[in-house]
Design a protein around this ligand. Sequence first.
Ligand code: SAH
Ligand code: SF4
Ligand code: F3S
Length: 444
Amino acid sequence: MNQKTYYIETYGCQMNVYDSELVSNMMKLSGYKQTNDLEAADAIFLNTCSIREKAEETVHNRLNNFQHLKRKKPSMLIGVLGCMAQNLKDVLLEDKPYVDIILGPDSYRNLPKIIKDRSKTSEHLVDTKLSKFEIYDDLFPARTEGVNSWVSIMRGCDKFCTFCIVPFTRGRERSRPIDSIISEIKDGVKDGFVEFTLLGQNVNSYKTPDGKFPTLLDEVAKIEGVKRLRFTSPHPRDVDDHMLQVMSKHDNICNQIHLPLQAGSDRILKRMNRTYTSTEFLNLVDKIRQYIPSCALTTDIIVGFPGETEDEFLETLSVVEKVEFNSAYMFKYSSRPGTKASQYDEHITEDEKQDRLERLIDLQLNKTLIQNKKHIGKISNVLVEKVSKKSNDQWSGRTEGGTWVVFDKTNEKIGDIIDVKIDDARGVTLFGSRTYQGYNYEVA
Ligand code: SAH
Ligand code: SF4
Ligand code: F3S
């Protein structure tokens, strides 16, 4: 008999990418092989995201397309996993009867049993119980390619920002023991990965009896073969001196921090329940730059939060002006049913949100270019990650700060960390050339 196959598509954040790797591992253990051929697959999974309405719409449209696949091949299993499964199981059950399996983010351990049972029943199989304990500690992800390996160190979020669905879809915060994280990373090194990114919805709220986030960071940085170490997403509130000391002590911890600002007005930050003021945020930026002068800073910003006035939006622009982030993810506020902010009145019109978003993007793209141009004429440490999309004769790699650099191939290979001289900065990308010993450039 031919081996059964599964197909998986992932939406949303890196936690979902990691979780899809866990699911892949479980499917492989259940005797399935991964395929990219959607129509031929015996099981199709969508690992979904609920963060904004648009993310959900994309998945709804995708699922509608699957209806005809199921008609052609009734034995095909269709599974919805992740945050939408958690958040919208009733809607899915009602509107999309051809969906067979609905599993929330804490229920993947049950997948092999569900797959087995599914052949015996024609009922939908739904499991969206959130757990206080599930950290998938003993289940290792099935990684396939690339130089970077994602490593989940904590799950869930207890911060309850008023706009955000994550605490509802992912449940309470829980951290994984240091030993098991270290052993997963050592295995990753053996498998040839050189960059490791520690993941968590609030990565630096990590806390176990054996230590908090800075202790873990210190331990991981010491592992032989970890050439680059990153983490995402930290919460500004949990960035402390110890974390910054550890970062400045280890060369292999990338000088980059993703520091989500969300808004620049204190009134809006309070309504968002972000627990810092704009002055505290700016002081934190100063402190980070004292510890790590070359630290790249990236951020997330929401425009058009309910009640945000034009002047309050201008305060966001003013913080962006002052900090000069290297790059930013910028979003229009999207109301998420069930969150506190969705009940606030004074919702901002779509046109106004769009206008504010465009003005913010204009400013930030300018800042990105200013930051990137500072590298011109200097040497950057670049990890060779993949062949450039533009040409087969060029590589794409990232600086420590996370900026993509495109340069002509010479004798290097994927996974090497090399010196590249930056010649130009256009859009959000740097362009460079290899350097050879004997040149004397200033290091960026
Ligand atoms: N835990 C991370 C964020 C995870 S969600 C943190 O606190 O930084 C990623 C980003 O999506 C958030 O930082 C926020 O900018 C954005 N986001 C979350 N909910 C949103 C909503 N309802 N509308 C628009 N953007 C949202
Ligand atoms: Fe959402 Fe706030 Fe938690 Fe981040 S910290 S996941 S924005 S609730
Ligand atoms: Fe989306 Fe869930 Fe991540 S809502 S952003 S996939 S935690």
